[in-house]
Design a protein around this ligand. Structure first.
Ligand code: Z5A
Length: 205
């Protein structure tokens, strides 16, 4: 049996820290585990990531941005996620489809049903067994990653929208999406993550 676990949250929520810690723990337990990240989980995706996150590309249209995130996902699914799941491995992804609904959908105002249709092509219908949403306020996330005290009001509004969409997704998908308070310590969050993953390992051979 395969297992697909994704981590979601706004910048600075601690997703990457926890995704890596989970991978280390699973490997130490003898599981075969594959780690990926979006954007950037494959050689081609790294190039897409460079385009997406390049500050010189600030004029990028929101639709170009959407297509690039989906192109990145299509490559990640085809090149990493699907083969690993078919080989009965555990896949841990630092961001996946919920990011697109939160950032491009709610954040940039692109119609959810358009995203749904295109995302189902990119994912080939692969849905995570478990999504761990690490929830923090934009202010705390921003301070953690930028070491600055204040963020611009419009940026703060954008991240508030993104965060609210994440919480809505969690509310609508309670079986798949579990929320952990990102204000807890790194060790406390890790413990919470393990408590969520451990029961799934019982079914996982
Ligand atoms: N994006 C999108 O728009 N649409 C999509 O479909 C996808 C992505 C897939 C890049 O994401 C951008 O892609 C992102 C959304 C967009 N940006 N925007 N705008 P990314 O995942 O590559 O980068 P990120 O979201 O900015 O992640 P990050 O900066 O790496 O943050 P993080 O992974 O949430 O946190 P971290 O690296 O684990 O930790 C950050 C710092 O906080 C670090 O110093 C830690 O030691 C510290 N930390 C972590 N946890 C804690 C706790 N619990 N307490 C205190 N300090 C902590």
């Amino acid at each position: 049996m395969s297992l697909f676990i994704t981590f979601e949250g706004i910048e600075g929520s601690g997703k990457t820290t926890q995704a890596k810690r989970l991978q280390d723990w699973l490997v130490s337990q003898g599981h075969e585990c594959v780690f990926t990240m979006e954007p950037g989980g494959t050689r081609i995706s790294e190039k897409i990531r460079d385009i997406l996150l390049d500050n010189k590309n600030k004029e990028m249209s929101r639709f170009t941005e959407l297509f690039l995130y989906l192109a990145d996902r299509a490559q990640d699914v085809e090149g990493v996620i699907k083969p690993a799941l078919l080989a009965n491995k555990i896949v841990i992804a630092d961001r996946y489809a919920d990011s697109t609904f939160a950032y491009q959908g709610k954040g940039r105002g692109i119609l959810e049903r358009s995203i749904k249709t295109m995302n189902s092509l990119a994912t080939q219908g692969i849905v995570p067994n478990l999504t761990i949403l690490i929830d923090i306020t934009p202010e705390v996330g921003f301070k953690r990653i930028s070491h600055r005290d204040r963020m611009e009001v419009e940026i703060e509004d954008f991240y508030r929208s993104v965060r609210s969409k994440y919480l809505e997704i969690a509310h609508k998908n309670p079986d798949r999406v579990k929320v952990i308070d990102g204000m807890l310590s790194i060790d406390e969050i890790e413990k919470g993550v393990r408590e969520l993953v451990a029961p799934l390992l019982q079914n996982y051979s």
